[in-house]
Design a protein around this ligand. Structure first.
Ligand code: F6P
Length: 514
């Protein structure tokens, strides 16, 4: 805080961008955790006097706000019971499966919903306490969908953005949710609601029309206010990305290059190394991928002397039943395939249930001839982009599921697959394994142009650019506007009430197009 009341930019996300340890005397020590979101937002936060509101990841950990890397970090405390109901329950056993095409059946519990509302209110209150008059508040993801409305109820002066990192489902699925209208109202508290794909924004706008009967015109939703003042909310796609330059540079370092050679040597120098990197999540299509790979060994189209699959499956949400069942299935399948096809010195599948630091990930990407991203549904899939950013040698083939947000952007260079079509996926895996270097180079260059240009800094600038360009005030509704025949959007962009402030919190002006 710089001598005034509050921060100009407040980010609200389920997790804080730090890990913590408890010291010998019981004192809490925080260590930066270098996630994608913090990399994207750090420069904006530092330039604009920013605060980050989030949960530490542990139960009952109470801590005062503190400063780290020129950001104010504001911990929100959750009890063990709230973690069970709000995080593991409503967020990850209700919303997560519902928003990912009900791949696993969502569970609906009223007590989980109550906890979700209560915790969302706590995040909203913490954000309100940090926001300077007229601040920009940027709320992230499905865990916090009620927060925009809860903030607006207390602070009509602030500009509110919401970005959904996961898909937004079609109405036919979304309407299963007993609290669907409350969620729509929660999101409509924002001025700008951002999604990964145009299809997600379209799903949201359709849900708004059908469940709330608000007028919509293109990306603009008109929300009637009780005080006679309409608000315009914009819903649009802002596909997220990675810090591509950082990954590119990391993969060029001699240490990472050396490590990638070691990995291949340790694997027995296979002709073809295939790689899967995922959180161990049922949305990622790991079982489908392993099934296809096992069948290719069975058919003799691949063999363990020449090919191997490395599957990194990082532990995730281990208290949720569906994740425990997935782990059993995946580990059973890996065991069966290795038992059947592996030979001494030649595993069929190297299964690694760990998380790795970025250096090791970059080395794995560099070592892999074929990257398998076969998600059944995925908001974006940043692994696909990391693989591309690491391949400054223009080598390697990206096999990418049609059901990822990344497929909308990377179709010109990736081999697209439908992971439900096991035969089709097997053919594409074989085609990727045999692709000649000229074709690999041609495709990888196209991919790299896209990923290196549209990086995460561009993503955050574009979102904040649009948000801060939204009208800062709305005119009072005139009686004649409500008369039959009055043009629906006669008020948009016109009249003295519509002053747009086009300055993003970085102080830079950006061109916006959505
Ligand atoms: O993709 C949505 C997301 O919430 C990411 O933001 C996050 O990295 C990932 O899922 C894992 O989430 P968590 O471990 O916090 O449940």
């Amino acid at each position: 805080m710089t001598g005034k009341e509050g921060f100009d930019l407040v980010v609200v996300a389920n997790r804080l961008p730090v890990d913590f340890t408890v010291g010998p005397g019981g004192e809490i020590e925080w260590k930066r955790s270098p996630g994608g979101l913090v990399t994207a937002l750090e420069p904006v936060m530092q330039a604009s006097d920013g605060a980050w509101v989030g949960w530490s990841g542990a139960p009952d950990l109470a801590s005062e706000p503190f400063d780290a890397d020129e950001m104010r970090l504001v911990p929100v405390t959750l009890s063990a019971d709230e973690i069970e109901r709000y995080y593991e329950g409503f967020s990850n056993d209700t919303l997560w499966p519902l928003y990912h095409d009900v791949i696993s059946p969502p569970t609906y519990h009223r007590t989980w919903w109550d906890a979700y509302r209560r915790v969302n209110q706590r995040f909203a209150d913490a954000a309100v306490a940090q926001a300077a008059p007229g601040a920009v508040v940027w709320v992230h993801d499905y865990q916090l969908q009620l927060v925009p409305q809860m903030i607006r109820a207390q602070r009509p002066d602030v500009r509110i953005g919401f970005f959904n990192h996961i898909p937004f489902p079609p109405l036919e699925l979304f309407q299963q949710l007993p609290w669907r209208r409350q969620v729509i109202d929660g999101l409509l508290g924002a001025d700008l609601v951002g999604f990964q794909r145009a299809g997600d924004a379209a799903n949201f706008i359709r849900a708004v029309r059908r469940l709330r009967a608000h007028t919509t015109r293109g990306p603009i939703i008109t929300v009637p206010g009780e005080d006679g003042r309409d608000r315009h909310v914009r819903a649009a796609a802002f596909p997220i990305s990675i810090d591509s330059r950082r990954f590119d540079e990391l993969a060029r370092t001699p240490e990472v290059q050396q490590r990638s050679r070691e990995i291949r040597a340790d694997l027995g120098d296979p002709d073809i190394m295939m790689l899967g990197v995922d959180r161990l999540d049922y949305t990622k299509g790991i079982r489908h991928r392993i099934k296809a790979y096992g069948e290719l060994l069975q058919d003799g189209r691949l063999d363990v002397e020449h090919a191997t699959l490395v599957q990194v499956a990082s532990p995730s949400r281990e208290n949720v039943d569906a994740y425990q069942e997935l782990r059993e299935h995946v580990e059973g399948a890996v065991g069966r395939i290795n038992g059947e096809y592996a030979e001494i010195g030649h595993a069929a599948i190297h299964y690694l249930h760990h998380s790795y630091p970025p250096e090791e990930m970059a080395a794995l990407y560099l070592a892999a001839d074929v990257m398998l991203v076969t998600a059944l549904r995925d908001g974006m899939n940043l692994v696909a982009k990391e693989y591309v950013a690491a391949r400054s040698d223009d080598r390697g083939v990206l096999v990418l599921s049609e059901f990822t947000g990344a497929a909308d952007e990377l179709s010109s260079g990736a081999l697209l697959v439908n992971p439900h079509d096991i035969d089709g996926m097997k053919d594409i895996i074989v085609a990727a394994a045999h692709m000649d270097h000229r074709e690999q180079r041609k495709r990888m260059r196209r991919l790299r142009r896209k990923v290196l240009t549209d990086d995460v800094a561009r993503w955050s600038e574009s979102f904040l650019g649009v948000l801060t360009a939204m009208p800062s005030r709305v005119p009072r509704r005139r009686p004649e506007d409500d008369e039959p025949g009055a043009p629906q959007d006669a008020r948009e962009g016109a009249g003295p009430g519509w002053e747009a402030d086009r300055t993003v919190p970085t102080g830079r002006r950006v061109e916006v197009s959505v």
